[in-house]
Design a protein around this ligand. Sequence first.
Ligand code: GDP
Ligand code: IMO
Ligand code: MG
Length: 431
Amino acid sequence: MKTVAVVGSQWGDEGKGKIVDLLAADADVVVRFQGGNNAAHTLVVDGEKFILRLVPAGALHDRKVCVIGNGTVVDPMALAEEIDSLQSRGRFQDDALLRLSFDAHMVMPYHRAIDRAREARLGKNAIGTTGFGIGPAYEDKMSRMGLRFDDLANFPAFTAKLERNVREKNLYLKSVLKAKPVSGTEILAQMRKVRGRLARYLCDTSVYINDAIGAGRRVLFEGAHGVMLDIDHGTFPYVTSSNCGASAVFGGAGLAPGKLDGVLGISKAYTTRVGGGPFPSEIKGKLGDALRVEGDEFGSATGRPRRIGWFDAVLARYAARLNGMWGLALTKLDVLTGVDPVRICVAYTVAGQRHDEIPPSHRRLEKAKPIYEDLPGWSEDLTRARSLSELPANARRYLERISETSGVRLAMVGVGAAREATIVLENPFLV
Ligand code: GDP
Ligand code: IMO
Ligand code: MG
C-alpha cells in the first residue's frame, strides 16, 4: 500500500504516535488531518521522549515531510513553541520539512477561555475537555466566523475580523459565562509576532499531498484521538469536536476517496479513557490502579489519570466497521504481564438483553454490563520479544482471541514504549 491512515480504535492514547513514528521510516510524507493540540502523541526514540501535539509524528526522522492539513485546528502559539522545542533538541531543523495548510483554522485565546469557563460551569457534568479551546474553535469554523492562516496574509483585514470576534466572545464570556474577558490588544500583538514565524510553512497542502501521491511517494495519515471520541460516532457528548476516523482524511487533507489504500487501527491491549462518559469495561479498584501505574496512564496533554478497562472487542468491531480496517496494531501488551486472568469484553448486556454491537442509543451504553471471556495470564517479561514465537503461549493465545473477537488481522504488537519495542507481523507499506 502507498497511502495508509492510522486511526485510534478506542478513546485516544492508544499509542498512535509510536506506531506512526515507526511506520514513518517507510513513508515520505506524514499528514495530520484533524484535531489540534488536544492530541498528545508520545514517541520514545534513542531513549529520548518526545510529546508531539500538532507536529506530525514523522518529525523525528531526518527527511520526512510533515503536513498539517486543512481539517486541523491549530493554536499558532502552541505550534511555534512545539517547533522551537523540537529544534532546540536538535530535531526538525529544516523548515522545508513542515507544510501548514492556509485553510486550517486558528485556535485563539478566546477559544481556550470559553472552553475552560464552560467546563467550570458544568461542574460535575463537565465533559473533561483538555481545555485547549478545540470545541469552540471548531464551532467558529462551522459558524463561518473562524480565522484561518490564510487570513494572516492581509493583516488589516485580519485585524478587523479579530476585533469583531473578540467583541462578540467577550460579550459571551462576561454576560453568559461570567468569566474574565480576553484582551484584543494582547491577542493582536501575539498574532503579529507569530505570523512572521509561521508564514514560511504555509502551503496548499491538498496539492502537495496529491502531487506526492502522483509521484509515487508513500503518504501516512496520522489520526488523532479515537473513534469513540468522534463527534458523530463516539459517546456523545463525551467526545471531541471533530471526526476522528479514516473518513476524516478526505475532508481534512483534501484527498479523494479511493486514494487511500488502507487503514491501520490502533488499540491498547486494554482500554483507557480520559474525561467523563460511559466506559463499560472499566476496571475500578486495585487492579485498575496497578495497571495505571504499570502502564504510566497519566494524560500526556493534561497529566490527568486515565481511567482503565479491559480490552473491549465490541468497540474494536465498531471501530473496524466504521474505518474499514485492514489491520490492527495492538500496543502495550507488556503492561498486562503478571495479570491473571486477562479478560476480553466480547459483548454487553443491557436490561437483560445481549448486545454484540454497541447499543443504538449511546445512553444505553451507560447501562451496558460487560460479558467477559477470561484467559490465563503470563508472568514473563515481554519487552525484548521481536517475534510472536518469543512470546509466552498464553500471551499468543490472548492475541489470537483479540484478533478473532475483533474480526481484524493483527499487524503489529507493542511490547514497550521505544520505537523498536514492536513485533511487526505485517507492515502496511510493504503489502
Ligand atoms: P497516542 O495519543 O495514541 O499517540 O498515545 P499516547 O502517546 O498519548 O499514549 C500512549 C503511551 O503509551 C505513551 O506513553 C507511549 O510511549 C506508550 N506506549 C506506546 N506503545 C507502547 C507499548 O507497546 N508498551 C508500553 N509499555 N508503552 C507503550
Ligand atoms: P490523542 O490524539 C485522549 C478527550 C478529552 C475529553 C474529550 C473532549 O492523544 O489520542 P477536547 O479537548 O478534545 O474538547 O476534549 O476528548 N480527548 C482525548 N483523550 N487522547 C486524546 O488525543 C484526546 N483528545 C481529546 O479528554 O474527554
Ligand atoms: Mg495521546
